[in-house]
Ligand binder design. Structure first.
Ligand SMILES: Cc1cc2nc3c(=O)[nH]c(=O)nc-3n(C[C@H](O)[C@H](O)[C@H](O)COP(=O)(O)OP(=O)(O)OC[C@H]3O[C@@H](n4cnc5c(N)ncnc54)[C@H](O)[C@@H]3O)c2cc1C
Length: 386
């Protein structure tokens, strides 16, 4: 099968999931190339201010990054051991402690630029050949074609090219899903009171607002609001924005000196299938979730762990590891995991949405918040201990 191919596997997309996939597959003994449309990540400056694009990593993601030898190099990382989730008053909401699960932490906040820099740095030690600035990569006979005309041949193409995956489209894989009429606003901001290594999330009538603790004492916010409110919040000056934030969250005291605000559209997307012969989807190319549960990248890292294991087992058993019937084992497991995540995040989004809320009137009628949040608590417990 491999005769005449330059690589066993070409991974397309050098975001966190694609880079982790290339690394994991190379460490499993496959000959791997990684192709990225844009530039290689800039070397991370440890003296820079914390980036406003961050991820909350789960225990399972930590295990993957440890196995890839990357975890120990994530020096600027902020553990959190408590999660607070509420609707009206923080004191009446859900408090979720690592101690209750006999864990030292619930998760870790890591900056996107640090994570991708450390993943890319590890690629050279694992003999992954990297092709940054490759332009828009397309499917070609037996592999992929770069914008400069080169063709990289491989038995398997791993599409990690994000939510708008052009490789997925070229492979004829349809998607289900929709755009929420909302945008996510992200920035970092100083807080008056200590963040207590707690992840805070308030379900406002206008959408969820999360505050994640950063290593430098600030918090990183992800504020999901409808399009009109997003335009208003983005147009405010820093002082007015911080006042709006303080009024919305009502914990941690006053806020000041936010970093420039970024915004992005919120969507739900699920590919109808994840694998063809010699072709497989991972990360946001396969599934894109609402950020309210902070699980987008964790789901992608779960794909990486599962794909590496599936291919290793197939090769050890002498099976054709690039064949669709082999990849189906990965595809079934990961599509089920993504479906559960999509259902929970979409369900929560709808449950608390002011326009169609089931829960808000119940809370108003005196239903105990703890009871209302019980299924969420059980689900969070499972995610934290996976
Ligand atoms: C502003 C912002 C904030 C976010 N905040 C959070 C958060 O707090 N928590 C969370 O869990 N998730 C968050 N997300 C979602 C999270 O970023 C994604 O789940 C995660 O990045 C998915 O990683 P990925 O590697 O699959 O895809 P991506 O990160 O999208 O990477 C895809 C890569 O493929 C490259 N590419 C695309 N097309 C091609 C092509 N044809 N050829 C070659 N290369 C190509 C792109 O340049 C890119 O580098 C956020 C997203 C955004 C945009």
């Amino acid at each position: 099968m491999m005769a005449g191919t330059a690589y066993d596997i070409v991974v397309v997309g050098g975001g966190p999931v694609g880079a982790a996939a290339a690394l994991g597959l190379a460490r499993a003994g496959f000959r791997v190339a990684l192709v990225e449309r844009g530039a290689a990540p800039a070397a991370f400056d440890m003296h820079s201010a914390c980036s406003s694009r961050v991820y909350a990593l789960s225990q399972a993601s930590r295990r993957l990054l440890e196995s890839l030898g990357v975890w120990r190099n994530l020096q600027r990382i902020s553990p959190y051991d408590t999660m607070r989730v509420w609707v009206d008053e923080a004191t009446r909401g859900l408090r979720f402690d690592a101690r209750a699960l006999a864990l030292p932490e619930l998760g870790w906040i890591v900056e996107h630029p640090l994570l991708v820099d450390r993943l890319w740095a590890a690629l050279s030690y694992a003999n992954v050949e990297v092709f940054p600035n490759a332009g828009t990569v397309e499917m070609a006979a037996g592999g992929v074609g770069l914008a400069d005309g080169r063709v990289l041949q491989a038995a398997l193409v791993v599409a990690a090219d994000g939510a708008d995956s052009s490789l997925r489209t070229a492979a004829g894989i349809q998607t289900l899903g929709w755009r929420y009429a909302q945008r996510g606003i992200v920035c970092n901001v100083h807080v008056e009171n200590a963040h207590e290594y707690t992840a805070w999330q308030r379900f406002l009538k206008t959408g969820p607002l999360a505050l994640l603790p950063l290593a430098d004492g600030r918090v990183s916010i992800v504020w999901s609001v409808d399009e009109a409110r997003a335009r208003e919040l983005l147009a405010l000056d820093d002082t007015a924005f911080c006042a709006a934030l303080a009024a919305a969250v009502q914990v941690l005291g006053a806020f000041h000196t936010p970093t420039p605000r970024l915004d992005f559209p919120l969507r739900l997307l699920q590919a109808q299938h994840y694998a063809n012969d010699g072709f497989v989807l991972v990360g946001d190319a396969a599934h894109t979730v609402h950020p309210l549960a902070g699980q987008g990248v964790n789901l992608g890292f779960g794909d990486v762990a599962s794909l590496c294991e599936t291919l290793k087992q197939a090769r050890a058993g002498g099976r054709d590891w690039a064949a669709r019937r082999t990849l189906q084992r990965y595809a079934r497991a990961r599509r089920a995991a993504a479906t559960e995540m999509l259902a929970v995040t979409d369900g929560l989004q709808k449950l608390f949405d002011a326009r169609a809320s089931v829960l808000r009137p119940l809370l108003g009628a005196g239903m105990g918040a703890v009871d209302a949040f019980a299924p969420l608590k059980a689900w969070l417990g499972r995610q934290a201990t996976l």
